[in-house]
Design a protein around this ligand. Structure first.
Ligand SMILES: Nc1nc2c(ncn2[C@@H]2O[C@H](COP(=O)(O)OP(=O)(O)OP(=O)(O)O)[C@@H](O)[C@H]2O)c(=O)[nH]1
Ligand SMILES: [Mg+2]
Length: 315
């Protein structure tokens, strides 16, 4: 087993795309030895720039992502794309649409696309996304684009793992601005009004600018607001230049990185502790005993957890 991990890691060093694909699958599936493998991959990372792309369903994120990737490829960058598919079964159509739309760039060899299903990954999705980003980074991708639908908390968490986050809006959003205010404001480094070929883009831009100027949370750099039409391929070079521009506030970047590292350590720890405790309780039968006690009304879940934690600590 160890041997085959080594082979795959050697494969990504040699820029073997199929080794990368296989490695990603095995890491996503959390196969035995995945953490050791990630430990070996980690020192190969840190060079890629990671951009998050989020926004309401159908805002044109995938179309825009494809255009951004093509522009980056034209400028000589190699690109990895991670499309996080929403877990809702109703989005099956959108998912297929994504594949079709993205297919045209499949043929560009500098661009590697990978979709990640949110289904079945229960809470571990954010870590899995971090791992996939790292594998692409280790492979040598210069830029990694990660697309998520910006609705749920999970998606926001994922996109926060990026260095810079772009929030995609569309004309005629109306109440949408309110929604942006609620969850996304603090994570947006850049606003894009896509579908600017439709009427109402200037109004949305004015709304966003007004919102930004009123915000007391924003110190220093105010996020730029740009208009694009992914469909008509307008505004893309300007957007790519804005994305690539180094943020002037390095102190703020450092704080963001510190927060990201801390969150990752804590979330890995949380899962690991839970996994260990759970398997110990299951293996020695104490979980089953506790269930019986509660059913017989000789104990309650609160007491059980308290006692179990105490026992576990003293082991
Ligand atoms: N008019 C216009 N339509 C666009 C533009 N960009 C994308 N679209 C269309 O909008 C629809 C949705 O585009 P997607 O790129 O799939 O949007 P998305 O945000 O990735 O959608 P989900 O991933 O399903 O949330 C498609 O029919 C696109 O052709 C644009 O700039 N102008
Ligand atoms: Mg999409």
């Amino acid at each position: 087993m160890k041997n085959s991990w080594d082979k795959l890691i050697q494969g990504i060093r040699e820029k073997d795309i199929r080794a990368m694909a296989r490695l990603i699958t095995r890491i996503e599936n959390r196969e035995d030895g995945w953490k050791t493998a990630m430990t070996e991959i980690y020192p190969l990372t840190g060079k890629a720039r990671v951009f998050g792309i989020t926004g309401s369903p159908g805002a044109g994120k995938s179309t825009l992502t494809s255009e951004i990737a093509k522009e980056l490829a034209d400028r000589g960058y190699t690109i990895g794309i991670i499309a996080v598919d929403p877990s809702s079964p109703f989005s099956g159509g959108a998912l297929l649409g994504d594949r079709l739309r993205m297919q045209q760039i499949f043929t560009v060899k500098e661009i590697y696309i990978r979709s990640m299903a949110t289904r079945g990954m229960l809470g571990g999705l954010c870590q899995a996304a971090r791992d996939v980003i790292r594998i692409m980074d280790a492979f040598g991708k210069d830029v990694i684009l990660i697309e998520t639908v910006g609705v749920g908390q999970d998606e926001i968490e994922i996109v926060k793992t990026a260095d810079r986050v772009m929030v995609v809006c569309i004309p005629g959003m109306g109440d949408g601005i309110q929604a942006i205010k609620a969850g996304v404001m603090e994570i947006a480094d850049l606003y894009v009004i896509n579908k600017a070929d439709k009427p109402g883009a200037d109004e949305v831009e004015a709304d966003i600018q007004a919102m930004l100027s009123l915000s007391s949370d924003l110190e220093g750099e105010v996020p730029p607001v740009l208009q694009t039409s992914a469909l008509k391929k307008q505004g893309i070079p300007e957007l790519v230049s804005a994305l690539l521009k180094n943020p002037s506030d390095t102190q703020k970047q450092k704080v963001k990185e510190e927060i990201r590292i801390k969150e990752e350590i804590l979330s890995l720890m949380e899962r690991e502790v839970f996994r260990q405790v759970r398997s110990a309780w299951e293996n020695d039968g104490s979980l089953q005993d506790s269930v019986s006690q509660v059913m017989q009304k000789t104990s309650d879940p609160y007491t059980i957890v308290k006692q179990m934690l105490l026992n576990h600590k003293h082991r």
